[in-house]
Design a binder for this molecule. Structure first.
Ligand code: UDP
Length: 242
């Protein structure tokens, strides 16, 4: 690949920046920051190597999923905290898959945390920070024009497949995949899996001890957040942080 040149900053979010690739309208660079936020931006923090862990984990998992036939926006990991991706027109829906009850599912329905589902659950939130990312059903998403029925059918089928693949991948590494969030977007008319898959966007529990190894350690001040992220990097990629 020719030498890439970072162009203009296109977008800065809570945990990532997105940069233009000079002279290339089809790709962008996502840069992973060390910043963390929770509860719709109310809680803020930052720690060394967070960006590196999330980028390296997400790059590894996108490569793995691509090998299993999932179409993603991933092109290459450019540096510890930068990923080259295909530019997407993002579908403004957060797609949440759950294998066990946790987080907002527990809050909403009063289910015991850890309840094992016989079938994974699937839900959408509407990506609108100003509204607090409300739950949305398919007919409302279609009515708002954020996706078509065909888009939704494709997203659901892919999310279910991704869950099957990742659940098995993590089981082999002694990790229970409790739940996670996916985002999708279109690139030249094709629906691709986008954003990231990392300890920021998944709940990971140690299968033997139940220890939480994800962003819940930051959300709920459980301590050991840096160690938990480093542990997930090691379990997934074998890499040990310097
Ligand atoms: N999630 C995420 N971004 C969001 C909301 C949720 O990555 O804006 C992830 C979260 O880390 C968890 C899963 O989606 O792995 C389900 O989150 P839940 O709906 O339980 O919400 P939360 O407890 O985070 O409010």
């Amino acid at each position: 690949m020719a030498q890439l040149q970072k162009g203009k900053l296109l977008y800065e979010g809570k945990a990532k920046k997105v940069w233009e690739v000079a002279g290339d309208p089809d790709h962008v660079i996502q840069e992973f920051k060390n910043d963390a936020t929770a509860f719709n931006g109310e809680k803020r923090g930052s720690w060394e190597a967070k960006g590196t862990v999330n980028n390296t984990v997400a790059s590894f998992l996108f490569r793995y999923l691509e090998k299993q036939g999932i179409k993603t926006h991933f092109v290459d990991q450019l540096s510890p905290n930068e990923m080259l991706i295909k530019k997407l027109a993002i579908v403004p829906l957060e797609v949440i898959m759950r294998n066990r009850a946790a987080g907002s599912f527990v809050k909403r329905y009063g289910a015991p945390e850890g309840l094992v589902f016989s079938e994974p659950t699937f839900e959408f939130s509407y990506k609108r920070d100003d509204l607090g990312d409300p739950l949305i059903n398919e007919s409302h998403a279609i009515a708002l024009g954020v996706a078509t029925q065909e888009d939704i059918d494709e997203i659901r089928a892919t999310a279910i497949q991704v869950n099957q693949l990742l659940k098995a991948f993590f089981e082999e590494r002694g990790i229970t995949l409790v739940d996670f969030k996916l985002e999708f977007g279109k690139h030249k008319g094709t629906m691709l899996l986008g954003d990231e898959i990392s300890p920021d966007t998944c709940r990971f529990w140690d299968a033997a001890t139940g220890k939480k190894l994800d962003k819940d350690r930051f959300r709920f001040d459980l301590g050991g957040v840096e160690d938990a992220y480093a542990e997930m990097l090691r379990r997934i990629t074998g890499e040990v942080l310097a």
